[in-house]
Design a binder for this molecule. Structure first.
Ligand SMILES: [Zn+2]
Length: 215
């Protein structure tokens, strides 16, 4: 503690030309950092930091837009999943005429899936009745499956509508369905924003695919 204090004092005593140089250097760093990843929270490392950011999908959805920039790929990933059919590559486990179920690549909890219309549409009000009903029915069907597989105590079921509301991919609607267990939210923020999953994405995919195969 004492050493830190001394260091802080000595840096405060630096002359103004030096501090202006330091300022321009930090501005350069900030500029290059913002070029790489446009986020206001400092540098983010996929794998190390992406978890806590994704965790905030429903709690602090405003942060999602920054995370999504890291995993943005060519074209719409959901349309790719819709056209690509059911496969681990697209993480799609189920498709109906108008709806589909895709695993979240960076899940908050095991069994975190997305239910969405197959058509590229970012406005819930622009869905046809048939599309809307198909999506809603698929949400319930998915919850039923997750209940059977994971026996969670509850769910977060939510839609971030529009980029200002935190939608990572606002052009293509997607509902998050997150199984919840008692104490999971209370516990994890206390351990330095680290999240431990009890199963791999592959295992989750197999389990959920198995459920939908029976339908
Ligand atoms: Zn799309």
């Amino acid at each position: 503690m004492a050493a830190k204090k001394t260091a802080g004092k000595s840096s405060a005593k630096k002359t103004s030309p030096k501090s202006s140089k330091a300022k321009s250097q930090s501005a350069k760093v900030a500029k290059s950092a913002s070029k790489a990843i446009a986020i206001p929270h400092g540098e983010i490392h996929i794998g190390k930091d992406i978890w806590p950011m994704e965790r905030d999908v429903l709690i602090r959805p405003d942060r999602m837009k920054y995370v999504r920039k890291l995993i943005k790929s060519e074209g719409c990933v959901f349309c790719t999943a819709s056209k690509g059919g059911i496969s681990f590559e697209t993480l799609c486990v189920y498709q109906t005429k108008h709806a589909m179920v895709v695993l979240n690549k960076f899940p908050y909890n095991s069994g975190h899936v997305l239910v969405l219309p197959r058509r590229h549409c970012g406005d819930l009000l622009a869905l046809s009745d048939a599309e809307h009903m198909d999506v809603q029915n698929t949400i319930r069907l998915t919850m039923k499956g997750l209940k059977e597989i994971y026996e969670p105590g509850g769910f977060n079921v939510g839609l971030n509508h529009g980029s200002v509301a935190g939608a990572g991919i606002p052009e293509h609607l997607h509902y998050h369905i997150i199984p919840r267990w008692s104490g999971d939210l209370n516990f994890f923020p206390l351990i330095a924003e680290t999240k431990v999953l009890v199963e791999s994405l592959e295992q989750t995919y197999e389990k959920i695919l198995g459920y939908f195969k029976k339908i």
